[in-house]
Design a protein around this ligand. Structure first.
Ligand code: SF4
Length: 243
């Protein structure tokens, strides 16, 4: 991205934060989708433990906005069933299922064990690459990231610039208590694995249950230094083709 274009987008994000950053998540969504002239917007959703909250807000603002769902080929069957349930319950009309490139899988993960040998590359070919290809058609992306989560999320803004696009985090300031209260208030369907002790749900081989009181994301890539899959920050992308 040319430097002046990046500077312009950064200034745009700063203005959007000044205008809407302290608004409620639903108001942020409404502004982003209806008023702020941001361009084409896509949601990215894992249909995980807390995803239904932001998807419910989206259904009230505009259920036709595209929702990108990364079907990595490694998800729990419960997540695939939950994705269908949530989309139908909320009336979301444009769920786009993104899958890894079959040649990438054939060349780099023919046995389906790359997550054990090289999880960064596994995430790159199963998540980052399909998502970045899909996002080429959009100007901005909405995520469910929150500041209380582990990783590098504590200082994130509601509107950010990532890889030449606006990234919008309407739930940035929400706590686990806010999420639970919203689910209760709207009687939203829960991911079936939450009741079994899974607090943050990604691919099956890289997700474990968490103990009471443990950080919800402690169950992701347990025992490894890895805390993010790479779809949420620039500079961490590792393409199989480059290795
Ligand atoms: Fe592979 Fe695990 Fe990343 Fe899923 S979370 S893409 S299985 S390394």
């Amino acid at each position: 991205m040319p430097l002046d274009a990046h500077a312009l987008l950064t200034a745009r994000a700063a203005q959007l934060n000044a205008d809407y950053g302290d608004s409620t998540p639903e108001a942020i969504l409404g502004a982003a989708i209806r008023n702020a002239k941001i361009g084409d917007i896509a949601f990215v959703s894992s249909f995980g433990a807390e995803s239904v909250v932001l998807l419910h807000m989206l259904s009230r603002v505009d259920p036709t906005v595209p929702v990108l769902f990364l079907e990595t080929g490694m998800l729990f069957p419960e997540t695939l069933a939950y994705q269908s349930t949530v989309a139908e319950t909320l009336g979301l009309t444009d769920i786009r299922i993104l899958r890894p490139d079959s040649t990438d899988l054939f060349l780099h993960d023919p046995e389906g064990d790359l997550h054990q040998r090289d999880p960064d590359t596994c995430c790159a070919l199963r998540k980052t690459k399909p998502l970045e290809l899909a996002l080429q058609a959009f100007d901005a992306v909405v995520t469910g990231r929150k500041r209380h989560q582990t990783g590098d999320r504590a200082a994130m803004q509601v509107f950010e610039v990532d890889a030449g696009k606006l990234r919008i985090n309407p739930l940035a300031s929400w706590t686990p208590q806010d999420i639970a209260a919203y689910m209760d208030a709207h009687d939203l369907p829960r991911h079936p694995l939450v009741a079994q002790g899974f607090a943050s749900i990604g691919c099956a081989p890289c997700t474990t249950k968490v103990a009471p009181g443990e950080d919800p994301r402690a169950g992701r890539w347990r025992g490894r230094v890895k805390t993010e899959c790479g779809i949420h920050f620039s500079g961490g992308r590792v393409w199989p083709a480059n290795r």
